[in-house]
Ligand binder design. Sequence first.
Ligand code: IPM
Ligand code: MG
Length: 356
Amino acid sequence: MKIAILPGDGIGPEIVEQAVKVLNALGESFEMETAPVGGAGYEASGHPLPDSTLKLAQDADAILFGSVGDWKYDTLERSLRPEQAILGLRKNLNLFANLRPAILYPELAGASTLKPEVVSGLDILIIRELTGDIYFGQPRGVRICPDGPFKGQREGFDTMRYAEGEIRRIAHVAFQAAQKRDKRLTSVDKANVLETFQFWKDIVTDVHKEYPDVTLDHMYVDNAAMQLVRAPKKFDVLVTGNMFGDILSDAAAMLTGSIGMLPSASLDANNKGLYEPSHGSAPDIAGKGIANPLATILSAAMMLRYSLGKAEHADRIETAVKKVLAQGLRTPDIYEAGTIKVGTVEMGAAVVQALV
Ligand code: IPM
Ligand code: MG
């Protein structure tokens, strides 16, 4: 089994190193090959997603991705910015299904900004469509406004769109995920205003006929944002489009108190996937050895489960992470009085130690 390792920028290399250490401690022989991506790709060959990196990702069975981005690339033209690497990988590899679990570990209940009773025991799954919507719709750009009170001025515009097949395939992923959990799915839309999302709602409703054991409800995105902070435990699985999913998944991440704990998977139709922490590259703490590697380590566990068919190793890693939290080990982002503050490398080593 071949794993492409794409550490990226900022804290990416430090946290990915810890996940690789954990993978190497499982007693399997994975073939791993590393390549630059994001700002590192731009430095190496003038493009955030170098051809050789894309080819490695295409040939691999799974991809472990760190994070991309740094302020110093903010002035580059859009096509050369680090973010284009992750968008390009998603699009080129057809990684249309983004799974973002938000789980609150009981030991970290105090880290949330919400009251413990609102979030303790939280276990929800956001499924975000990842290769369509306003993120990729054409046309887009800046043009001369054709009508209305601002006619003749420049205007920026993007295109929101979803093809029927795109909605159907993400709906199937979501219903099947719900079947493996509490069998409740909430489809998030903006059908009261947007044609795209009335269509989304109609198609999800149609796909539901194939999953009578799952309870489906529909919620407008603004209400979903409110319910996520009001009573997040009422949800089981949420499915939504690319743009709404981007926003809601950040909100859901914060319910758990630490975005440094949350893994994610981006899958194609054959469960080949890219696995990355939900957090970004955090350039402000890069190189200081204080970043939390647990989201990346848990992403490696998701990779074992979804793409490499090694659920037993995924369980081992997840159990080891729970164990180090129970031991009181905390990186600064989740540190509370009475716990033991450790750095990135120590946290990775502790997870390796805790593997059984
Ligand atoms: C995410 C990120 C990306 C997105 C950016 C970095 C392009 O915010 O994975 O949620 O908007 O999808
Ligand atoms: Mg985002």
